[in-house]
Design a protein around this ligand. Structure first.
Ligand SMILES: Cc1cc2nc3c(=O)[nH]c(=O)nc-3n(C[C@H](O)[C@H](O)[C@H](O)COP(=O)(O)O)c2cc1C
Length: 268
């Protein structure tokens, strides 16, 4: 997923800290609108816009910048840092602009930022040391959730199974064929058989047959190392609380998982 983030952080660099955390989690380009960027957005799958809340809305310069972009059909997320404890309707203005430009707001994030304006000078500023590590971590989680929500295989489990390959169910999505049953899904059409998933998976879920296949998804512990290391984003883990419970249960009452974890048989 090709992503780009535009931000403005003119007061204390508060929003920049959040923008950096989100950019890192999305592997996104990070661009300050103060550099007057002229970037063709047509090839981006996800676009982020963020700034401080200044006078009850996003920075006016960011709003103007967004109004000038071609956003038709684009997935967009917005973020901000602010002084007040509650976000309220602070994002409304920017969301309205995005909607008018035909974009879809798929996620929003906001947290507190240090402010030493107006009445706050008497206490040498409000929200001291914000955004802090916790805020930055929450921004990262927000971005990871977004990345997962927009993954091309996010809804593939709803497709009917069309065939089996080495007993693994296969679903067809257009010209793509996706192997997997309930938890681990692998797009065998975009997979380049690099073998990274086979190497990094601690539970040895994957095997290189004539193509890479998730042969043991019942052991998946949802660590997502395979998906994070896949160079073509061909792997999706359908995370669920139930799967977590199932794994916790098996960890407690069986040594099968421990054996699978210890297994040296990586070349299956
Ligand atoms: C001119 C100005 C106006 C502001 N207006 C608001 C506001 O209406 N509501 C609010 O919660 N915070 C307000 N703030 C606080 C900023 O949103 C907050 O400090 C923000 O984290 C600054 O981010 P930055 O360092 O990225 O510019 C204002 C700050 C400034 C300097």
């Amino acid at each position: 997923m090709k992503s780009i983030i535009f931000y403005r952080s003119s007061y204390r660099g508060n929003t920049l800290k959040i923008a950096q955390s989100i950019a890192e989690a999305l592997f996104a380009e990070l661009v300050s609108i103060d550099s007057n960027p002229a970037i063709d957005l047509s090839e981006y799958d996800l676009i982020g816009f963020g700034s401080a809340i200044n006078f009850a809305a996003h920075d006016i310069q960011l709003q103007r910048f967004v109004s000038e972009q071609h956003l038709e059909g684009k997935n967009i997320f917005i973020f901000s840092t602010r002084c007040r404890p509650l976000l309220g309707a602070y994002h409304k203005q920017l969301k309205t602009i995005i909607e008018k430009k035909g974009g879809m707001t798929v996620g929003e994030f906001s947290c507190r930022g240090y402010d030493r304006t107006g009445p706050w000078v008497f206490m040498n500023g409000y929200n001291k040391a914000r955004p802090n590590e916790r805020d930055i971590f929450k921004a990262k989680l927000f971005a990871e959730k977004l990345r997962w929500k927009l993954h091309p295989l996010a809804t593939v489990h709803k497709f009917p199974v069309t065939e089996h390959h080495f007993s693994i169910p296969i679903r067809l999505k257009g010209a793509e064929s996706i192997a997997g049953n309930k938890v681990v899904f692998l797009n065998t059409s975009t997979c380049v058989r690099c073998g990274k998933c086979v190497k990094v998976c601690p539970m040895h879920i994957f095997a290189l047959k004539d193509k890479a296949l998730p042969i043991d998804e019942g052991n998946c512990i949802q660590c997502r190392l395979c998906a994070d290391n896949c160079p073509t984003s061909s792997i999706f883990i359908k995370e669920s609380f139930l799967n977590g419970l199932r794994i916790a249960f098996r960890e407690s009452f069986s040594d099968k998982l421990q054996k699978s974890y210890n297994s040296d048989d990586k070349g299956r």
